[in-house]
Design a protein around this ligand. Structure first.
Ligand code: PEP
Ligand code: MG
Length: 913
């Protein structure tokens, strides 16, 4: 369906695509009876046609615009270019996805010398008319004609200085009239031609400027950052001007229907009396809190609050609205779903479920995995702040515009900030009096943003919230000297490159680096609520119908954890099991490694068993803690996997050490003394290392192959697992061990090893006099295992996809070297769509997984299937795991909350398929 068809068929997405978000919402507001000034919209298709024709107006566009202009003339009762009753319009950009401040807008189009004089007659308000006229010339100059802002700003500042005026509002009608003439002179001087007096020419040029701004640097940078496609184009809205600068019974403002930083259900915004919209958003004039409008204009405020409620109810989401009051009459100029922080997004979603506005599924779908991740990012701790205050490092407090903690070196302009972040990999805080759309590249590169001016809806605040960059605005005690490249607070002087810490949650700013700590999930009640809803969704039956009798049970999130403390964290984060405990990590601890090395070096099975007996109590204690922490939940323990040389020193290091020792003892040789005993031991070790050397160790003696070569190791491990489980059971817990055999390639390997291990398990249970549920299963990491899954499932009671190795073996890329050598280029060149070690390659690796699950379940309908490779925490891979019918995904404890949300997204998105 193309966009025009979508419009005809009434799809909201299609309408937005065609009219842009702003145009679609203006139309919708009009439809539901909200007061909107008469307008028409030039579609995104027109913009795309303009670009396609190399910057030419499409053939019939102008004629169509003229017809629509007539329409708004009729609706407003005014006439474009008619001095007796002039219609003025704005020309506003508006793409499908909101790109705040990234494209251009021109206000007051239609003013010229004649219509200005006519308006003075009509309104009797000369000051207002010339204020509007000089604004048009300035905006038209910079946006349409591409003149630098300073060309006008410098003239304005000099004039204000000469007149002793502090604010723009101090200027009289005469002043503004004079300024209008000066601005016209500036255009002639800089451009070499006059500011166009023909209103239609103004309209046409402004429309073109908006079309062109779609491909401006700001807009392109923004689209890259937000993954917005380049071919959408922008719509152009031609809207009847209403004026907030018609006197003190007029005004303009922006507001969010709930707090976009915290989510609190309280209107949040700013307004200015006797001003135009740009004054509020630019953050240049100090604004009033929206609630104060209730005192200034009680009736208007009441109407505004009602409209805001109506819009929230209509769109079922928090709205970001713009309004203007013209001589006591309220006009809504825009509404859109408000950009918000992760914290606010979660809070608002939970509130709206409780208010009966949206379903739990909708709430879960509104939150992105990135937003959950942001909630678990480090924050400053209170002790650190107290200590910094005591040490005199507190600098200032501004408006807490976008939460999160940022520590970095300060830079005073966007280019330098971006350069230092990209080229020198510095953590950067961008500091400015206020920001403009041109600064976005610096803001994106920064860890944090600090401004000395502007309010909660200023450009800096809006953009920072959207990108999740911690931000403090309006820290007015800070003086920024852009020439000297310093900022001062009282006596403190902070130079460019110095470190500061910015707390976007509280608005505080400190000198130097403050310590960070990880937030406590238990205290984040809204997030917990949302994740519990995600779990409810995940518990719905799976989408894949297995052979009859196969128990579908949705998609759970388990965790990869080796130690009890990790398991406890995983459980607190909501993991429903341990999907991978890598037992070899336990061999590396200092008191254990010498025993492991002794085991490896012994020539006989007895020697090995002796060393392993010493290791047994350590392993048993490890498993004991895991089973206790995970009582009632499955714990998959993987038997030893890596090649043994990983437990020994590198041959090269040993050789060097032996040479050093020999040199040191040279004198002893000359004296004919016995060869040093230490050297003999080292040589033995070197011989063992050399004997174990393999050209491709990752494809060598490891996993189940090692267990078959030296069964004593895994026999000890299985004994330790079952002894620990029995002890834990005796203490009243409920252990659920699942023993996992790694790197199986053929069922014959399992036939060789598994029965011996099962024997040990049963022996231990009878020795201890207890029984409990247990399973034996295998990892699917080798393509051959995947394609012979039906045989393997004859023995294995569960499969766990080791997608790190499975990706390595399927592509034939070394998982340790590929990223360094060629993989990044492959992705850049589009040879691979994504890094397959991060996101499952659905066509290749995924195909093998699909075969393994279906064939495996045909052989064993109750087969439990999961994933424990790094992909288990990647949202796109999680969705794929759901599609192939996994029972669970397993990832590191810190990724569990994100994975729970991603798993729920996968279930909801694919429910109907
Ligand atoms: C895997 O290969 O995906 C896996 C989990 O095992 P390891 O990373 O330990 O090889
Ligand atoms: Mg592996």
């Amino acid at each position: 369906m193309d966009q025009a068809e979508a419009y005809v068929h009434g799809s909201w997405d299609g309408v937005r695509g065609l009219l842009g978000g702003k145009g679609a919402n203006l139309a919708e507001m009009t439809r539901i009876g909200v007061p909107v000034p008469p307008f028409f919209t030039v579609t995104t298709e027109a913009c795309n046609a303009y670009s396609a024709e190399g910057g030419k107006f499409p053939a019939t566009l102008w004629d169509q615009m003229m017809v629509c202009l007539k329409g708004i003339e009729t609706a407003s009762g005014k006439k474009f270019g008619d001095p007796a009753n002039p219609l003025l319009v704005s020309c506003r950009s508006g793409a499908k996805f909101s790109m705040p401040g990234m494209m251009d807008t021109v206000l007051n189009i239609g003013l010229n010398d004649a219509t200005a004089a006519g308006m003075v007659k009509l309104t009797g308000n000369e000051r207002f008319v010339y204020d509007s006229y000089r604004r048009l010339i300035q905006m038209f100059g910079s946006v349409v004609l591409g003149m630098p802002d300073e060309a006008f700003e410098d003239v304005l500042e000099a004039y204000k200085h000469q007149k002793g005026a502090k604010a723009d509002t101090d200027l009289t009608a005469e002043d503004l009239k004079a300024l209008t003439q000066m601005f016209k002179d500036v255009v002639r001087k800089v451009q070499g031609y006059d500011f166009p007096q023909d209103p239609l020419e103004q309209l046409r040029l402004a429309t073109e400027a908006v079309f062109k701004s779609w491909n401006g640097k700001r807009a392109v940078d923004y689209r890259r950052a937000e993954n917005i496609p380049d071919d959408l184009g922008t719509a152009v809205n031609i809207v009847t001007m209403v004026f907030g600068n018609m006197g003190w019974d007029s005004g303009t403002g922006v507001a969010f229907t709930r707090n976009p930083a915290t989510g609190e259900n309280k209107m949040y915004g700013d307004y200015l009396l006797n001003a135009q919209g740009e004054d509020v958003v630019a953050g240049i004039r100090n604004t009033e809190k929206i609630q104060n409008l209730g005192k200034d204009m009680p009736e208007v405020y009441k109407q505004f609050v009602e409209i805001a409620k109506k819009l929230e109810l209509h769109y079922k989401d928090m709205q970001d609205v713009e309004f203007t009051i013209e001589r006591g009459k309220l006009w809504m100029l825009q509404t859109r779903n408000g950009k918000r922080t992760a914290q606010a997004a979660i809070a608002v979603a939970v509130q709206m479920v409780n208010e009966g506005l949206i379903s739990k599924d909708e709430a879960v779908m509104r939150i992105s995995p990135k937003q959950v991740d942001a909630m678990l990012h480090p924050m400053f701790n209170e002790e650190g702040k107290k200590a910094a205050k005591k040490a005199g490092r507190y600098l200032a407090t501004g408006v807490n515009a976008s939460p999160g903690a940022a520590v970095g070196q300060i830079y005073f302009d966007a280019d330098t900030a971006e350069h230092m972040a990209k080229e020198y990999k510095q953590d950067v805080i961008m500091v400015r009096p206020f920001t403009k759309p041109d600064d976005v590249h610096g803001m994106l590169a920064a860890k944090g943003i600090l401004t000395s001016e502007g309010g909660a809806t200023s450009h800096a605040a809006v953009v920072a919230r959207q990108f999740g960059v911690p931000c403090v605005v309006g820290a007015s005690s800070i003086r920024i000297d852009l020439d000297k490249r310093i900022m001062t607070v009282g006596d403190a002087v902070v130079r460019e490159g110095d470190w500061i810490s910015v707390d976007g949650g509280t608005g505080e700013v400190y000198l130097g680096k403050l310590d960070l700590s990880v937030p406590n999930l238990e205290e984040q009640t809204d997030l917990l609520t949302l994740l519990n809803w995600a779990d409810e969704i995940c518990a719905r039956p799976g989408t894949r119908k297995g052979p009859e009798g196969y128990p579908t049970r949705g998609l759970q999130v388990w965790a990869n954890a080796d130690y009890p403390k990790d398991a406890k964290r995983a459980r607190a984060f909501g993991a429903k099991g341990i999907g991978l405990c890598r037992t070899e990590h336990m061999f590396f601890e200092p008191e254990r490694l010498p025993i492991v090395q002794r085991m490896i070096l012994s020539k006989t099975s007895e020697g090995r068993t002796e060393a392993l007996n010493e290791l047994l109590p350590f392993q048993r204690a490890d498993f004991d803690g895991l089973f206790e922490a995970m009582t009632g939940l499955p714990v998959i323990i993987r038997l030893i996997d890596p090649p043994l040389h990983e437990f020994l020193p590198a041959a090269e290091t040993l050789r060097e050490q032996i040479v050093e020792k020999r040199v040191a003892r040279m004198a002893d040789y000359i004296n004919g003394k016995a060869v040093d005993k230490e050297i003999v031991e080292m040589e033995k070790l070197l011989a063992a290392v050399e004997a174990l050397h393999e050209s491709n160790p990752m494809m060598g003696l490891r996993g189940v192959r090692l267990s078959i070569a030296m069964p004593e190791i895994v026999e000890m491990q299985v004994r330790a697992i079952f002894e620990a489980a029995a002890d834990v059971k005796i203490r009243g817990y409920e252990p659920k061990p699942e023993v996992m055999i790694p790197l199986t390639g053929t069922v014959k390997e399992l036939e060789w090893i598994q029965p011996r291990l099962v024997d040990i398990a049963q022996k231990v249970m009878s020795e201890k006099g207890v029984t409990f549920e247990y399973k034996f299963g295998t990892m699917i990491e080798i393509p051959r295992a995947a394609v012979t899954a039906s045989e393997i499932a004859g023995l294995a009671e569960f499969f766990s996809f080791g997608t790190n190795d499975l990706t390595q073996m399927t592509f034939g890329y070394s998982r340790d070297d590929a990223e360094r050598n060629f993989l990044i280029k492959y992705v850049e060149e589009g040879i691979l769509p994504k890094n397959p070690f991060q996101t499952i390659d659905r066509d290749g690796v995924g195909r093998l997984m699909d075969i393994a699950v279906s064939d495996g379940r045909k052989a064993r309908p109750s087969l439990e299937v999961g994933i424990c490779g790094e992909h288990g925490g990647d949202p796109e891979s999680i969705e794929f795991c759901h599609l192939v019918g996994n029972n669970y995904v397993s990832c590191s404890p810190f990724r569990v909350p994100v994975a729970r949300l991603a798993a729920a997204h996968a279930v909801v998105k694919n429910a109907a398929k």
